[in-house]
Ligand binder design. Structure first.
Ligand SMILES: NC(=O)N[C@@H](CC(=O)O)C(=O)O
Ligand SMILES: [Zn+2]
Ligand SMILES: [Zn+2]
Length: 441
């Protein structure tokens, strides 16, 4: 069967995989791959007019909670895949804090199979570090990797045991697959729901200090040095954690890190806007204005290579509980691209090429996965972005089941307008098109 070819005409091509930012060139997609000008042959060609748009290859959100199996009242692989397609995301890293925890090769394979069958985004499973993420016994990392796991994490919980973290990082040195840690000393964060400081304090909410994060980031960095393993620091927020990243860089340790759009755009001041509405409750908590500025500075210095959404959808009933009892998390897939543009490009902190690297080359390198960008023969995952579009976030319009976002009612700049995965258009002008048509692998 000959499928339609696609020609993307007239866009600004921003390809961080190849370090290119230029206008003018048409992009041709034939049989799911990038092709050169003459390869369309006699096929019908679908033309997409990309005037005024950015054309960005394979956007990866390496930190996503899809909630399936077991928590389908929050999200499913299908609803999460739709949210990814809407958000311009071609690949999601699927976190293992499901029910049961994704700590076996069978579950890894099942999640990947389910994602492929839906066919709207590539689902890259992240296996658990420890059995049941209990931080007691190491899970079977080798067999999970064989089954398709691209990384390991107990996210939602820290790897509390330093001995276990050392063992996991030792394995990762051989597997060449990163260990992603939710760095937070449990004895310092137990019972806390917000950042420790005057704003949460005045509201009578228990706070966790930034040091709860930084002591464990430092531990992890030192263990990465000791073992030669690959460490990826999830959702970094504290200035002292950034110091640890700088230390890791100067010692050439295999360490990468990510920041989230909510930590780049919001501070604990959001508690004053939302009051006791747990829509601002997220782990790690929203920090001070000065920590937020330090994080942005670290991004511009290249200390943090990745932006990931930490998409953490919850049911409305769960987020309707009192602040102290509601679950942590923000639904973020559909505001990821806009978050990066609004936080980093619009204020002039970064060029579009630098900012798009945080969503493309950065996560690819952190996960140690090859991808050649827009090159003939490479798999055609590409997102068209309108960088000028200014829009008001309305979670009622999210494809995600999770409507929990403190950006609700806020104006963001930039949005995905087409998402193409494996040469198939999965989102067009804000509409997610279909499921189950593409064969992603
Ligand atoms: N970030 C959150 O606030 N919540 C995440 C867990 C996590 O990322 O630690 C979740 O699974 O809901
Ligand atoms: Zn986490
Ligand atoms: Zn998470």
């Amino acid at each position: 069967m000959t499928t339609e070819a696609i020609r993307i005409r007239g866009g600004r091509i921003i390809d961080p995989y190849r370090g290119l930012d230029h206008a003018g060139e048409d992009i041709l997609i034939v049989d799911g791959r990038f092709a050169t000008g003459t390869e369309a042959g006699k096929r019908p060609v679908r033309i997409i007019d990309a005037q005024g748009l950015w054309v960005v290859p394979r956007i990866v959100d390496m930190h996503v909670h899809l909630r399936e199996p077991g928590q389908t009242h929050k999200e499913t692989i299908e609803s999460g895949s739709r949210a990814a397609a809407r958000g311009g995301v071609a690949v999601v890293g699927a976190m293992p804090n499901t029910t049961p925890v994704m700590d076996t090769p069978e579950l890894v394979q099942w999640v990947q199979w389910k994602g492929d069958a839906i066919g709207l985004t590539r689902v890259w499973p992240i296996g658990a570090v420890s059995r049941d993420s209990a931080s007691e016994e190491l899970a079977d990392l080798y067999r999970m990797q064989e089954a398709g796991a691209v990384a390991f994490s107990d996210d939602g919980r820290p790897v509390g045991s330093s001995r276990l973290m050392r063992a996991a990082l030792s394995y990762s040195a051989t597997l060449r697959t990163p260990i992603i840690n939710h760095a937070q000393d449990p004895s310092l964060s137990a019972g806390a729901v917000v950042n420790e400081g005057p704003i949460g304090g005045k509201m009578g909410l228990a706070g966790m200090p930034e040091a709860a994060e930084s002591v464990m980031v430092w531990r992890d960095v030192l263990l990465a040095g000791l073992t030669g393993g690959r460490l990826h620091v999830a959702h970094v927020t504290a200035p002292e954690s950034l110091e640890a990243l700088s230390y890791a860089r100067s010692h050439h340790f295999l360490v990468s890190a990510e920041a989230t759009p909510h930590h780049l755009l919001l501070s604990e001041d959001a508690l004053q806007e939302w009051g006791y509405d747990p829509v601002t409750k997220v782990n790690p908590p929203l920090r001070t204005v000065s920590s937020r500025r330090a994080l942005i500075l670290a991004m511009t210095q290249g200390l943090v290579e990745v932006v990931a959404s930490d998409h953490a959808p919850h049911h409305a009933d769960e987020k309707a509980r009192p602040y102290g009892d509601a679950p942590f998390g923000i639904s973020g897939l559909e505001t990821l691209v806009a978050g990066v543009i609004t936080a980093l490009v619009q204020p002039g902190h970064m060029t579009p090429l630098q900012a798009m690297a945080l969503l493309t080359r950065g996560p690819h390198q952190a996960l140690n996965q090859p991808y050649a960008g827009i090159s003939p023969g490479e798999v055609a995952d590409v997102t068209l972005i309108d960088p000028q579009k200014s829009w008001v976030v309305d979670p009622a319009r999210f494809y995600s089941q999770g409507k929990n976002t403190p950006f609700a009612g806020h104006t963001l700049v930039g949005d995905a307008v087409y998402t193409i995965v494996g040469g198939q258009i999965v989102m067009e002008e804000g509409e997610v098109l279909h499921a189950g048509l593409s064969n992603l692998r």
